[in-house]
Design a binder for this molecule. Structure first.
Ligand code: PAF
Length: 254
């Protein structure tokens, strides 16, 4: 695997390459099997499979969240090598944001609900960095997990709205044997919190319960529910267990 330390190193190495066979999985590291499913698909469908690891500060509203983000670069590198990834890019802030965050991409509808309601600048940071990473790599296929369905939806809209020559591919959420959606944040849960977290998806799938009933039940178990809502044919939940914010969503069946 080629490891490119910084944007300049990547640009120098990729010059003249065939962009049509390029696929990209943008990540913030702390990789797990959820990323693994995106990366396997990317490796299978492209002649050049690119992964970026960059903990993007502009999408964090809370500096503690940014500071607490797990860092496991050496493990991530071994994992990516085992999956057969061809290129890993490790961008630096100054190169990615040459004018700091004075130029950005924003959206004014779908980004203001659910995860964007209380974290008003979150998706502005996400969309901006994803556009930069797509432009930088010129990838023709980019892979996103549907656990972050709102992110997947917004990035798909951005690519369409700006006529970007790439396709966004949404992959189903990977879950553990109890149905808990895999997330880098799960590793911050205590054993007791993990037991509770695994109950969340069971409630979410229960079509006999309203979103209010689900929220009440979660709060009574010790979660602090941020939202539980239905939209876009799906049911979404975000809830804190202690300091850890968990999200999940499922497709609604009639
Ligand atoms: O989903 C993530 O890990 C991040 O939001 C992303 C897409 C890598 C942008 O920083």
């Amino acid at each position: 695997m080629n490891i490119h330390h910084g944007v300049a190193a990547w640009l120098a190495a990729c010059e003249g390459g065939d962009v049509l066979g390029r696929g990209l999985v943008p990540t913030m590291g702390a990789l797990h099997e959820g990323h693994g499913s995106l990366i396997r698909q990317c490796v299978a469908e492209n002649t050049q499979s690119i992964v970026t690891i960059y903990v993007n500060p502009t999408q964090f509203e809370n500096p503690d969240d940014l500071g607490n983000y797990p860092d496991s670069l050496q493990d991530d590198i071994h994992y990516l090598e085992s999956l057969g990834v061809s290129d890993l890019i490790l961008p630096q802030y100054k190169e990615l944001y040459p004018f700091d965050f004075t130029l950005f991409v924003d959206e004014s509808l779908d980004s203001k609900v659910l995860c964007g309601k209380n974290r008003t600048g979150h998706f502005k940071g996400v969309l901006s960095v994803v556009m930069k990473l797509i432009n930088l790599t010129q990838a023709r296929r980019v892979y996103f997990g549907k656990k972050d369905f709102q992110q997947y939806r917004l990035v798909s809209k951005m690519v369409e709205a700006y006529f970007m020559p790439t396709r966004i591919i949404g992959m189903d959420t990977v879950r553990d044997e109890h149905g808990l959606a895999l997330s880098s944040r799960n590793r911050r849960l205590s054993d007791e919190q993990l037991v509770l977290a695994r109950r969340m998806n069971v409630l979410l799938r229960d079509g006999s319960l309203s979103t209010e009933e689900i929220a009440d039940q979660l709060n009574s178990w010790g979660f602090r529910v941020d939202y539980c809502e239905e939209r876009w044919g799906r049911r979404f939940v975000a809830a804190f267990l202690g300091e850890v914010r968990l999200i999940d969503n499922v497709e609604m069946t009639p």
